[in-house]
Design a protein around this ligand. Sequence first.
Ligand SMILES: CC(C)(COP(=O)(O)OP(=O)(O)OC[C@H]1O[C@@H](n2cnc3c(N)ncnc32)[C@H](O)[C@@H]1OP(=O)(O)O)[C@@H](O)C(=O)NCCC(=O)NCCS
Length: 211
Amino acid sequence: MSSEAGVSGEIADDMKSVDLGSYDNSWFHPGRSGFIRAAWFFFGLPILRSGLVPSSAVRVWLLRKFGAQIGSGVVIKPGVRIKFPWRLTVGDNCWLGEDCWIDNLAQVQVESNVCISQGAYLCTGNHDWSDPGFGLRTQPIAVRRGCWVGARAIVLPGVELGECAVATAGSVITKSIPAFSIFGGNPAVFLKSRRIGGEGVTPDLVMKARA
Ligand SMILES: CC(C)(COP(=O)(O)OP(=O)(O)OC[C@H]1O[C@@H](n2cnc3c(N)ncnc32)[C@H](O)[C@@H]1OP(=O)(O)O)[C@@H](O)C(=O)NCCC(=O)NCCS
């Protein structure tokens, strides 16, 4: 069926409807036992999110206990939500802002020196809208070193943010974006290149910073 047929309201004779009762995600494995997932849901997650826990170090400790790989110098603010800590890697010197949500049914990799600002949403889950059973689909997300995911930005499944890329506040990143680029809007489009450090920056210095 063409998209025009949808717009004009024509429906093909053989077209089915959605039956959420036939939804079957039995193929999906959450990666840990029901006991560990329950412990995370009822114990770990509420502590992670609580504004009554002032210490970022406690949140880092907790996430590591539940299997996240987290580097040094990482700051995690209250209100952060993580679906499955065991499917999260975070490099050194990263910041996770208040209420950002890493919905990691699939692996989310956050490399070093990344800032994920308030309320950003990293989404790894999807549904097959052409399937009557609305089948689940998952894809990983990679946020390369030095990126900034702005407040309330949405990063969709399968996306890779290249090194030092910026997703502006409120942007919807539907496709991977290249290194040192700034993307914004919905769907996000290229706004400009990101220059860091001005004229004094040489390829030598960049290589040193990466080492
Ligand atoms: C990316 C950002 C830093 C702006 O950078 P900047 O270099 O000052 O860019 P400018 O303001 O000159 O904007 C450049 C262009 O991008 C557009 N733009 C800027 N921010 C945008 C956004 N969030 N969504 C869509 N377009 C945006 C501007 O309108 C401008 O367009 P134009 O060239 O047609 O006029 C800023 O917009 C942003 O998103 N900051 C994130 C804020 C945030 O998350 N804070 C959390 C605190 S931890």
